[in-house]
Design a protein around this ligand. Sequence first.
Ligand SMILES: [Zn+2]
Length: 234
Amino acid sequence: MIDSLISDHATNICIFCGEDDDLTKEHVIPQWVYDRCTKRKFITTTNKASQTYHKTTVPACKDCNNSILGELERYLKHKFSDIDLIESYFSADDIEKIILWLETLEYKFQVLDLKRNLNKVKGSDYIPYIGKMPISMFQGPMDQSPSKVFSNLRNALKALSVKSKMAKLNSLCVIRTTNPDFHFFHSTNNFIFIELAQYSVAFFYFYKEEFASPKEAEFKAQQIVKNEYASAST
Ligand SMILES: [Zn+2]
């Protein structure tokens, strides 16, 4: 069983449906998002390692890539380019879709971390691999095949998106921005900040934390952004 896990974990399957046919490389950060970015690299807070946007991918089948994510992203891009945040605001329904999209980004980062940790221990002990499980998203015994691991992750994602419909709306801050460049930072299981310069909008989203009011979330987000830029410039 353990042997099969270690020999099998390199198997590529679609991270959304588990299929192994027609696999494509799905960018963790979609290309249209960092279009205007002058830097080609980013740092994740998980391991502080520098990564290149276009090389940071996870496997997804053509269907899921086009139908699930592609559909959601096409819809959102349309909304982003339509809205003028001085005059109006996103509908509750669109806010939920933005949250869902930010959760898929988190999911892809989680899968990325998981795959890295599996690869790290290739040919070594089983125990360190368990110890390095980065994820609080899935529960239950980890004595399963990689495809089972991924299906657990997928279920966790579904649970998150259902939850987001209710209490999580305050956890998303929508910020109007006039910055010319793309900014991004992400902390696994914690938060994401993503600034879409081409649409003059930025999002700060708390993955776990819930807030009594949008103001409260905004206040905390502002502090994190400030600290992030203070530490980046020293
Ligand atoms: Zn798929």
